[in-house]
Write a protein that binds this ligand. Structure first.
Ligand code: HEM
Length: 134
């Protein structure tokens, strides 16, 4: 059983474990490979984000939504992202901390989805594009 106290080491394991899966993933891997050159720099930013979100540190002062607006994200990416995150959180975080991290991640995926797909297409599905006038 894992240590019950959440530490920066757990957060580092979470971020690195997630990206090991995401980089090997057929759907997410190519997007990360195209967007990120400096992996250590990216790990540091995302570790800062989770340190802020889960340990309440002031390490992350950015706004995570902005960088995602430039990416060719489709709806199916969110389900895969969350599945890999959930798997990693359950594996590396203390049992008491994993549900909170997963809940925060799920909440962020929902806000990103709402922000990136604000419109509805002709079939009523979320869309990134404003529908044309009839
Ligand atoms: C469809 C799901 C997602 C995909 C494909 C994705 C992909 C990416 C990529 C490629 C970057 C690097 C962007 C760049 O540097 O230009 C990035 C940055 C980041 N992502 Fe995601 N992401 C997703 C969802 C999320 C979620 C749900 C969270 C939070 C729970 C998150 C947290 C972050 C953070 C903190 C950064 C760094 C932002 C900064 O530079 O300040 N991502 N993401």
């Amino acid at each position: 059983m894992s240590d019950p106290i959440l530490t920066e080491q757990h957060i580092s394991d979470l971020v690195r474990g997630f990206y090991a899966r995401a980089r090997a993933d057929d759907l997410l891997g190519p997007m990360f490979a195209a967007a990120i050159d400096d992996w250590e720099g990216h790990f540091k930013i995302v570790e800062d984000f989770w340190s802020h979100a889960l340990l309440g540190t002031a390490r992350y002062r950015g706004t995570p939504f902005g960088p995602h607006m430039r990416l060719p994200i489709e709806l199916e990416h969110f389900g895969r992202w969350l599945a890999l995150f959930t798997m990693t959180a359950e594996e590396v975080l203390p049992q008491q901390a994993a549900p909170l991290a997963i809940a925060k991640a799920r909440h962020m995926t929902e806000s990103f989805k709402a922000g990136l797909f604000p419109w509805k297409d002709a079939d009523g599905n979320p869309s990134r594009h404003m529908p044309k006038r009839p």
